[in-house]
Design a protein around this ligand. Structure first.
Ligand code: CUK
Ligand code: CUA
Length: 698
C-alpha cells in the first residue's frame, strides 16, 4: 500500500497568497479569542490594523515570517501549553515493537515519559542490574528464553463502573502472548505475565467494568494438544498445508480472562480462566457495559483457516485468508463463562482453567455473527448499545445492535453453524446500520456528542459520522458529516475516554504509521506520526504533528489528567515493586559492609545510602570471586532528587528516586579497580558523587 499525499489546506502553507491585512486580522482574532489570557495581546495593536511598523517578536510578524495560514496560526496557539501549566489529558500510547509505553500530554503533545515495560531501559534502571526489575522481566519470560522485548499494541486503563479510574495500566505483548501491569501511582511496571496456552495475542487488553478481569484474545492460533494445551518449546503438532485438517484440528484460538487482584496489583492466574476458540485469527476484543454488560465481542479474520505455503502451489496466506466475503464477530457471555468455571465445567491446562469449545457451545456462551471480510476494529458506543466493526476490505462501518443480538439468540435465529458447531446468527437480524465511511476503515472512536470517528487506512483520512438513536435520529442518523486528511497510513485513532460510557470529546489523535515528507529527514527509517485533531466544531481541524522516534504506535488510551494522582516521593525506604518498606532500607549512619560465606560462596553485602552529593560507603574492597550485593537507599525527601548508580564496565545502572531502595547483585569475577558514580546530574558536586569498587585478585 502506498502512502498518498493529499492536499490538506489545514496543514499546508498557502505560500505568498496571504495579504498583510489578513495577517493582522488573524493575529487580532487569535489574540482576542485565544491567547488574551496569556498576556500576548499586549503586544498587539488592539484595534488598529494599520501598515505601521510592527515591533520584532510581535505575533503578526511571526505569523508573517513563518508564512502561516490562519488555521496554522490558530493551531499553534491551541496546542501551546506554557511551562508550569498542565495538559488537560494524558495519553498512554503503545510503543509498538520498542516494547515500551509513551506518556504524552494533550493538547501539547509533549512526551513526558517512556515507561519501560518489556524492554530493558537504563534511565529508569529497568532490567540493567536492578534485581527487582530484572525479576519482572525474567518471570515474565516464556520459560524457554529470556525475552528482552515485546510488541505492544493496546494499552488499557483500569475501570470502575466501566469508566477509567486512573489506577492501573495494562499493555499487551503480541509477539510473546504476555500482559504487563503498570502502576499509575509511580508509572512503573510491576508485573509481566506469560499467558498460558497462548503464543501470540492481540485483542484487548480490555478490562471488565470493574477490572475483575483483564481480557485478551489470541491472534495467531497456537498449536494445541487437547490434553496439554499449548506449552512453549514443547508442543509439537502436525501442520501440513496440503492437508488443511491438520490446521483445523491441531490449532486453537483462545480468549483469556486474567483475574486482577487490585489489593496487591497483580494478575492472579489461579483465579483466571480461558475459553478455547476455533483457529480463526481472532483480532480485537471489546467488553460491554450497560445493555452489553456481561458480553465480550471479538472479531476475527482468516475464518478460511488458510495456512499458506506459496512455494508449493498453495495460495499465499494473504490470499487464502481473504477469500470469503464474511468473517465472524464472536459474541461471548463472559459472566456466564465465569459461572461455568464456578460449577467446575473446565479443565486445567498449564495452571489455568480452560472452558473447552465444546462446553462453550453446549452451554450457550458463544455465538458468531458474519462481519464484512477482514475486519479490524471492534468498538462499543458510549451507551453500550452498539458494536462498530470495520472490514478493511469493505468501505463500510458495520453497526450491530446488542438488543438485536440478544433477541436473535433468544429466538435461535441462526443461519447454521460453523465447522466447529458454533451457532451463527443471521447478519440481517443483528445489523443496525452500515455507514459508507470510505476506503480501508480500521478503528472507531467516539466523542461526547454522539459522533464516531473511523480511521481510513487506504484513503488516509478520518471520517466523522453521526451515530443513530438515541444519539441522532431521522435523517441525521448514521451519516458521514466530515472527513479530514491525515499523513499517512493511519491505524488507530484515539479520543479521550472513548470506549467508556463517558467519552470526553474535544480531541482526536490519529496514530499514523508513515510520516514521509512531514519532517526533517532522519534517514530511511522514519518516525511514526501522531497527529492531534481538534473535534470541538463541526469541521475537524488538524492541530499538531508529533513524530515518534520509537516503535509503531498502535493504540492509545487517553484519560482526563485530573483522574491521575501519582506520588511525588516514595515513603522513605520503599521497595517500588511492593510499595512496602524494604527490609534492606537503611538511614544515614546505618551504612555497612558485611562479608560472609553462603553455601560455600563468599558474599560481600553492602547497605548504602545516596544523598547529594555522596554515595556511602564510597570505598568498597572485595575479593575476586565474591558475590557482591548492594542495597542502596536514596535518602532524599525532595521531589525529583533522583540519583543514579553505576559501576563502570559492569553493565548496570540503577535509578533511585527519592525514598527508593534498590538492590543489585554482581559477581566480582575480574580483578580490578572500578569507579562507581551517580549517573544523574543531581547537584553542584554531582561529579564528586563517586567512589571506588576494588576487586582484589585471588
Ligand atoms: S492494531 Cu495496529 S493498527 Cu494491533 Cu489495534 Cu489496528
Ligand atoms: Cu547524585 Cu549525581
Amino acid at each position: 500500500m502506498t502512502a498518498r499525499k493529499s492536499s490538506n489546506s489545514n496543514s499546508r502553507n498557502n505560500g505568498n497568497g496571504l495579504r498583510r491585512r489578513d495577517f493582522l486580522q488573524i493575529a487580532g482574532g487569535v489574540a482576542a479569542g485565544v491567547v488574551a489570557g496569556y498576556g500576548v495581546s499586549k503586544f498587539l495593536a488592539p484595534s488598529a490594523p494599520s501598515e505601521v511598523e510592527i515591533a520584532p517578536g510581535n505575533l503578526q510578524n511571526i505569523i508573517q515570517e513563518k508564512n502561516l495560514t490562519p488555521d496554522q496560526a490558530v493551531a499553534a496557539v491551541k496546542t501551546y501549553v506554557p511551562g508550569g501549566a498542565r495538559d488537560e489529558f494524558i495519553m498512554f500510547a503503545s510503543g509498538g515493537h520498542s516494547g515500551q509505553v509513551l506518556v504524552i500530554g494533550i493538547p501539547s503533545m509533549k512526551l513526558y515519559k517512556v515507561i519501560a515495560v518489556f524492554t530493558p531501559e537504563p534511565w529508569q534502571g529497568y532490567g540493567v542490574g536492578n534485581l527487582e526489575t530484572e525479576k519482572i522481566l525474567k518471570e515474565g519470560s516464556n520459560g524457554i528464553r529470556n525475552l528482552t522485548w515485546g510488541d505492544v499494541h493496546h494499552p488499557e486503563i483500569s475501570r470502575t463502573n466501566a469508566e477509567f479510574d486512573g489506577e492501573w495500566l495494562f499493555v499487551n505483548d503480541k509477539a510473546n502472548g504476555r500482559m504487563a501491569v503498570i502502576s499509575l501511582k509511580d508509572f512503573e511496571t510491576k508485573q509481566i505475565v506469560k499467558i498460558p496456552n497462548m503464543q501470540s495475542q492481540h485483542g484487548g487488553c480490555f478490562c471488565t467494568p470493574n477490572t475483575e478481569y483483564v481480557v485478551v484474545g489470541s491472534q495467531y492460533p497456537a498449536p494445541w494438544d487437547p490434553e496439554t494445551g499449548y506449552r512453549p518449546g514443547e508442543t509439537y503438532v502436525e501442520l501440513d498445508p496440503q492437508n488443511p485438517d491438520t490446521y483445523k484440528n491441531n490449532f486453537r484460538g483462545l480468549v483469556a480472562f486474567l483475574a486482577f487482584n487490585r489489593e496487591v496489583g497483580r494478575i492472579d492466574l489461579s483465579k483466571s480462566f480461558e475459553i478455547e476458540l476455533p483457529p480463526y485469527m481472532q483480532d480485537l476484543v471489546a467488553i460491554g457495559w450497560g445493555p452489553s454488560d456481561g458480553l465480550c465481542f471479538i472479531n476475527s479474520f482468516n475464518t478460511e483457516m488458510a495456512v499458506g505455503d506459496d512455494l508449493n502451489g498453495i495460495p499465499p496466506l494473504e490470499v487464502g485468508a481473504s477469500e470469503r466475503d464474511f468473517d465472524y464477530l464472536h459474541v461471548i457471555f463472559w459472566k456466564k463463562a465465569e459461572e461455568l468455571v464456578k460449577q467446575g465445567k473446565y479443565k486445567e491446562l498449564n495452571g489455568v482453567k480452560v472452558i473447552s469449545l465444546d462446553t462453550a457451545i453446549k452451554e450457550g456462551i458463544i455465538y458468531l455473527i458474519p462481519e464484512p471480510k477482514s475486519p479490524h476494529g471492534c468498538d462499543i458506543t458510549p451507551g453500550g448499545e452498539y458494536i462498530v466493526v470495520s472490514g478493511k476490505l469493505e468501505p463500510v462501518a458495520t453497526v450491530y445492535s446488542v438488543e438485536k443480538i440478544l433477541t436473535a439468540i433468544k429466538n435461535k435465529d441462526f443461519e447454521g453453524t460453523d465447522e466447529y458447531g458454533i451457532p451463527i446468527l443471521k447478519f440481517e437480524s443483528t445489523k443496525e446500520a452500515q455507514v459508507e465511511v470510505g476506503l480501508g476503515p480500521l478503528h472507531t472512536e467516539f466523542d461526547d456528542k454522539g459522533y464516531a470517528y473511523t480511521s481510513l487506512f487506504i484513503d488516509n483520512k478520518v471520517a466523522k459520522w453521526a451515530l443513530g438513536p438515541p444519539y441522532h435520529t431521522g435523517d441525521e442518523a448514521w451519516k458521514v458529516v466530515d472527513k479530514i486528511d491525515i499523513h499517512y497510513n493511519v491505524g488507530h485513532v484515539a479520543a479521550p475516554e472513548s470506549n467508556t460510557p463517558k467519552p470526553k470529546g474535544k480531541y482526536l489523535v490519529s496514530l499514523n504509521k508513515w510520516s514521509i515528507d512531514r519532517f526533517n529527514s532522519v534517514g530511511p527509517l522514519k518516525p511514526q506520526n501522531l497527529q492531534l485533531i481538534d473535534i470541538t466544531s463541526s469541521k475537524m481541524m488538524l492541530l499538531y504533528d508529533m513524530p515518534i522516534g520509537l516503535g509503531e504506535p498502535h493504540y492509545a488510551r487517553i484519560i482526563s489528567a485530573d483522574k491521575l494522582n501519582p506520588i511525588e516521593v516514595y515513603p522513605m525506604g520503599t521497595n517500588p515493586l511492593t510499595f512496602q518498606k524494604d527490609p534492606n532500607a537503611v538511614s544515614k549512619g546505618e551504612e555497612r559492609i558485611e562479608r560472609k560465606v553462603v553455601n560455600g560462596q563468599p558474599v560481600t553485602e553492602i547497605w548504602g545510602t545516596l544523598i547529594r552529593s555522596r554515595i556511602t560507603p564510597d570505598f568498597i574492597r572485595v575479593k575476586q570471586g565474591d558475590k557482591v550485593i548492594f542495597h542502596l537507599t536514596n535518602i532524599e525527601t525532595t521531589p525529583d532528587a533522583t540519583h543514579g548508580f553505576t559501576i563502570c564496565e559492569y553493565n548496570i545502572n540503577l535509578s533511585l528516586e527519592p525514598g527508593e531502595v534498590a538492590t543489585v547483585e554482581i559477581l566480582a569475577d575480574k580483578p580490578g579497580v572500578y569507579a562507581m558514580y551517580c549517573t544523574e546530574f543531581c547537584s553542584p558536586l554531582h561529579l564528586e558523587m563517586a567512589g571506588w569498587f576494588v576487586v582484589e585478585p585471588q
